[in-house]
Design a protein around this ligand. Sequence first.
Ligand code: GLN
Length: 385
Amino acid sequence: MPATSRRLQAFTESVIRAMTRLSNQHGAINLSQGFPDFNPPEEILAALERATRGPFHQYAVTWGAPRFRQALAKKITHFSGTPVDPDQNLVVTCGSTEAMMCAMMTCCEPGDKVIVFSPFYENYAADAILSGAEPIYVPLRPPHFGFDPDELARAFAQGAKAIIVCNPSNPTGKVFTRAELQTILDLAEKHDAFVITDEPYEHIVYAPHEHVYMHTLPGAADRVIVCNSLSKTYSITGWRLGYVQAAPHIIAQARKVHDFLTVGAAAPLQEAAVAGLELPDSYYHGLRDLYTAKRDVFLNHLRATGLPFTEPHGAYYVLMDISSLGFPTDTEAAEWFVKEVGVAGVPGSSFFREPEHRFIRFHYAKQVETLNAAGEKLLRVKQGR
Ligand code: GLN
């Protein structure tokens, strides 16, 4: 029998998506895979209806429909304050997931080392391995998830070709400060490495914290590759719209990877999403307020359980410390939460390189009624196992 690729033995299927399946099977409230249970803005839905009747049913330009790229470049320029050229700096992808894979394949030779902070969003290690690279891990230590600059310097000194920075961070809710990002960039410059950022939660940041666009820092232009998506900003995770943003010589290569991987993102959805990209600033303020309110509601429910948890500064994930419940592993705990509590989360160990079984990750991108129902069920933990 011919053997399948050895690369695939180095990682498992996504635990996040497996938890969604388990949750559906048991009818639990699904706070595992991070996606909203509410609709995108009305403007986007109306534009989608219009797009279905328009000439958008064949391939778009492989690196993105011109109208979409123009609206996207304008929006990024507006928020980051750095000019983005729709024809030179962007490749439109199928979500940030493809953007990340595309960025890795653009940067890495087989055998290259890529620094990944741990805990990390589970795709990164798989992406590194699929692109032929080898991940090296640098811990972000709870409870504040800071990194040790000397430890990071030693990782770069091993000959890293790139580092991945998820900001705001999934699963920790960490928002990297300007000083931290500059430290990372200085090390990348010193060791001539790429910085690949993943920023889908750019607009979900809680005051007084602020999102700093790493590509705007001095020295970033030739080494920062931004991966981003419209999924979270416009509540359209199923549309799979994302992008790679970088210097023209990098984009010229990334276009080739993207072209042969997927040809392109869905044409009618690119057309419809322009309506989202053109929304006024008030939309983004509203989004931040909406998620601030959801965070407050959900954290209050977690407080009522008596179990400790991390307080997110950005994104919409919380790591709850379930060690006092005494489960041998977090995977068993997560199964118990689905079956006995009726709320699904993701075992924290799927985000950590270290043998860390203390946490379950919940997300709160849900309607307040859903969060309240989950909160009531979560009180079950007060009775213990
Ligand atoms: N980013 C989301 C999460 O971490 C969704 C992951 C996915 O399935 N693409 O849950």
